[in-house]
Structures are given as structure tokens and as C-alpha cells.
Design a protein around this ligand. Structure first.
Ligand SMILES: [Zn+2]
Length: 195
């Protein structure tokens, strides 16, 4: 069944609006989902704000909870980043990493860079804390003595620092550039498409 846009919007509202309170950037999240044709489903896993969120690239679907906090909004944009990753199927995976299906440092770096870029001025310290908490596992898993390990560690640090810089909320009026992109992230950044 094809849903009319108005029905799609209502369906997304039902999924993303928290039971009480206005939620965090719910309208923005809905307009992004409509624009990019993301399929959004309720995660059936209980659990803390970001732990049970996931994305299934092959069916362009993410499994989420209501956007009741900055953390939840950051997790939403992060999962969307996996759906919008043009290179996800080719990103290297390491058996050294946690055994979930997204255990690719490159994929994580891309998805967080997408989240930061997509959030723009909305990116704040609570969203950044979500990023850092999520990447902490990967940071601790990277073996810098392994081939490529040092580069992966640098990539993780680069996206963490980029998010911190964005969260500092230095007033940037129209026409002034966003925080500078580290040369390490440049290739990833070119793959981010918000249109
Ligand atoms: Zn991820």
C-alpha cells in the first residue's frame, strides 16, 4: 500500500513524538525522513536512549525510539547516516571489533559525520556526548599496532574532535564556514549528501 504524504507524516509523528512533551527536533526529523525516503520503524528492543537503535541498510529502514532527548535525536541522525552511506557495503570490517553487524569503524565514522553535518547548528554537547559514548567501544578496540589500526584511531579522533568543535556553538552567520574538516575526514565528508 502506498501511503499519501499526509499519511506518511502522521505515521512518522506517531513514531517519533514522545508520549508527553514536544520532543526534540521532531518536525525536522520527519522532514528529513520524508525527503530521503527513510523507512522508520519502532525498535522493539527496550533499553537506553541509543543502545537499541539500529539501521538496516538493505531495506533503507531504521529502528528507533521517540525523540525525547538530544541523545535520541543524535542517535536518529546517526542511524540515518548508515542508510545514507554510499559505501557502506564496501567498508572494511574487522573481526577484532564488537560482534554487531555494523562493526566497521569507517561506517561508524561516516554515520557520525553525517549526523554532525545534518544537525548543523543544532549539534550540541549532549549530542556530542552520545557520539563519544558510542565511539568509546571502538576507540578501546582499535589495536594501533595492527595494520591500519593507527589510521583508524586517527579517524575516530578526527570525527570526535569535529563534533566537539561543532558543539562549541561558535556563532557562525550565513556565509561563514562550518568548522574546518580534518584532511583525514575529507573523503568521508565528500560522501555526505544532504540533498
Ligand atoms: Zn552505527
Amino acid at each position: 500500500m502506498i501511503l499519501r504524504p499526509i499519511d506518511r507524516r502522521r505515521e512518522l509523528e506517531a513514531l517519533l513524538k514522545p508520549p508527553s512533551g514536544p520532543g526534540v527536533y521532531v518536525d525536522f526529523a520527519i522532514s528529513l525522513a520524508l525527503k530521503h525516503a527513510w523507512r522508520v520503524n519502532r525498535s522493539t528492543d527496550a533499553g537506553p536512549a541509543h543502545a537499541s537503535w539500529r539501521a538496516d541498510y538493505w531495506v533503507h529502514t531504521m529502528y528507533v525510539h521517540p525523540l525525547d532527548s538530544d541523545e535520541a535525536f543524535a542517535a536518529y541522525l546517526h542511524e540515518a547516516g548508515h542508510l545514507e552511506d554510499p559505501l557502506l557495503p564496501e567498508r572494511p570490517r574487522s573481526h577484532e571489533q564488537p560482534s554487531d553487524s555494523m562493526a566497521s569503524i569507517e561506517a561508524e565514522v561516516f554515520a557520525w559525520l553525517f549526523a554532525i553535518t545534518c544537525a548543523g547548528y543544532r549539534w550540541n554537547r549532549a549530542m556530542q556526548a552520545t557520539l563519544e559514548k558510542s565511539l568509546a567501544t571502538y576507540v578501546s578496540f582499535v589495536d594501533t599496532f595492527e595494520e591500519g589500526g593507527y589510521h583508524q584511531r586517527c579517524l575516530l579522533n578526527a570525527v570526535i574532535n569535529h563534533g566537539r568543535e561543532q558543539a562549541r556553538h561558535i556563532v557562525r552567520t550565513l556565509g561563514t564556514p562550518a568548522p574546518p574538516i580534518s584532511p583525514l575526514l575529507a573523503e568521508f565528508y565528500q560522501q555526505v549528501s544532504l540533498t
